[in-house]
Design a protein around this ligand. Structure first.
Ligand code: ZN
Length: 317
C-alpha cells in the first residue's frame, strides 16, 4: 500500500486545527482502529465538528503498516523533517506529513508498545529558551495530557536523547551515523513543537492489548471536547498524575552487557539498586529512586539499552 489517506473536516466557525495520527509505526494499530471509529461516527452524524478543523491520518506509515512492521526502510518517528532528496519510503512519507503537521496547531500521535504495561502520555519540555528545544506551550500540553485518560505522564525525551548523543561521542563507541546526531531525536511531536504547535504522544498499551483501540478512541473524543471542536463540555481532568522525567540513557556497549533481571518499562528502583552489569564487571545502579524505562535486552552495541527516569517536579493538573 503506497497511498496516504488524509481525511479533513473543516467547520465554518474558526477554532484550533487538530491533527491525529495513527500507525506512525506500522505495527501499532490501536490508533488506526480508534481513528476509523471516529470516521464512522462523523459519517453517521453521531459526531460533528462545530469549530476549527480536524485532520485524521489513520495510517501515517502505509508502507510499514502493509508489512505489519514497525518500520518500512527506517523509523518514521526519528529525524522527522522534509527531505530534499528522498531515498527511503519514510523520507517520501515525511515529505507529505511534515508540511501537513506544520499547518496545524495541535497533534495527537497514537502509538502502542511492545512490553506489557499501562498506557501513558508523552509531553514536551517545560517552557524554556534553550537551544535544544525552546518551547512556550507547556501549559497547553499539560492541560491536554491531563484529560486523555492515563495517569502517567512522561517528559524529557530530547534532553535525555541529546545527553546520550554527547555521551556516545565521548565514549568513542558509535552506533550509526544517524544515532549520533541530536537531530535524529526529532520525531513528529518535536517537529510539531518546532513549528509553533503543541503535541502529545499517547502510548495506548501493548501492541496486542484489546483495550488499546478503545483508549485511542476515547483520547480523540476527549481532545475534541477539550479543544472545543465538538459541542460537548470540556472534560474534567481525571485525578492525580504520576509525572516522570527521562533522565539518562544508557547504551549497550558490548554483547556481554547484561540486565540484573528481566525489566519491564516503569519498574521502580530504589537508589543503589543494581540495574545491569557491563561485560567488564562494572555495575550500573540507580543514582536515586526512580524507574527503568524502555529496557531493550536485544539492543545492539552502541544503541540505546535502557533509560533511567526519576519522579518529576512538574505538576500536571
Ligand atoms: Zn510507536
Amino acid at each position: 500500500m503506497n497511498c496516504l489517506d488524509i481525511l479533513q473536516y473543516r467547520s465554518l466557525a474558526r477554532g484550533p486545527r487538530l491533527i491525529v495520527l495513527g500507525a506512525v509505526h506500522g505495527n501499532e494499530t490501536c490508533g488506526t482502529q480508534g481513528i476509523r471509529r471516529v470516521i464512522a461516527e462523523l459519517a453517521a452524524g453521531t459526531l460533528a465538528i462545530t469549530r476549527g478543523s480536524l485532520t485524521l491520518v489513520p495510517i501515517a506509515n502505509p508502507v510499514a503498516y502493509a508489512r505489519g512492521q514497525r518500520e518500512g526502510d527506517r523509523n518514521l518517528n526519528r529525524d522527522f523533517r522534509e527531505v530534499v532528496s528522498p531515498e527511503t519510503a519514510e523520507d517520501r512519507i515525511a515529505n507529505h506529513l511534515a508540511p501537513l503537521l506544520a499547518a496545524h496547531d495541535v497533534l495527537l500521535d497514537l502509538h502502542s508498545f511492545s512490553s506489557q504495561g499501562e498506557a501513558f502520555a508523552f509531553i514536551g519540555p517545560s517552557d524554556n529558551q534553550d537551544e535544544l528545544e525552546p518551547f512556550a506551550q507547556a501549559a497547553h500540553e499539560e492541560a491536554l495530557a491531563s484529560v486523555l485518560g492515563p495517569s502517567r505522564i512522561v517528559h524529557g525525551w530530547m534532553s535525555a536523547f541529546a545527553a546520550g548523543v554527547n555521551a556516545r561521542k565521548g565514549s568513542g563507541i558509535t552506533g550509526s551515523a544517524i544515532n549520533d546526531s541530536v537531530a535524529y531525536g526529532v520525531g513528529t511531536t518535536e517537529f510539531m513543537r518546532a513549528h509553533g504547535g503543541c503535541a502529545v504522544t499517547l502510548e495506548c498499551g501493548n501492541h496486542a492489548d484489546p483495550g488499546a483501540p478503545d483508549i485511542a478512541w476515547r483520547a480523540i473524543h476527549q481532545t475534541l471536547a477539550h479543544l472545543g471542536l465538538i459541542d460537548r463540555p470540556a472534560p474534567a481532568t481525571r485525578g492525580p498524575k504520576e509525572v516522570i522525567e527521562l533522565h539518562q540513557v544508557h547504551d549497550r556497549r558490548d554483547p556481554g552487557d547484561t540486565f540484573a533481571r528481566v525489566w519491564r518499562s516503569f519498574d521502580r528502583l530504589r537508589q543503589g539498586d543494581l540495574i545491569a552489569t557491563r561485560a567488564d564487571g562494572q555495575p550500573l545502579t540507580a543514582p536515586q529512586d526512580g524507574y527503568v524505562v524502555f529496557p531493550n535486552p536485544n539492543a545492539l552495541p552502541g544503541r540505546e539499552w535502557f533509560y533511567f527516569a526519576r519522579p518529576s517536579a512538574r505538576i500536571v493538573p
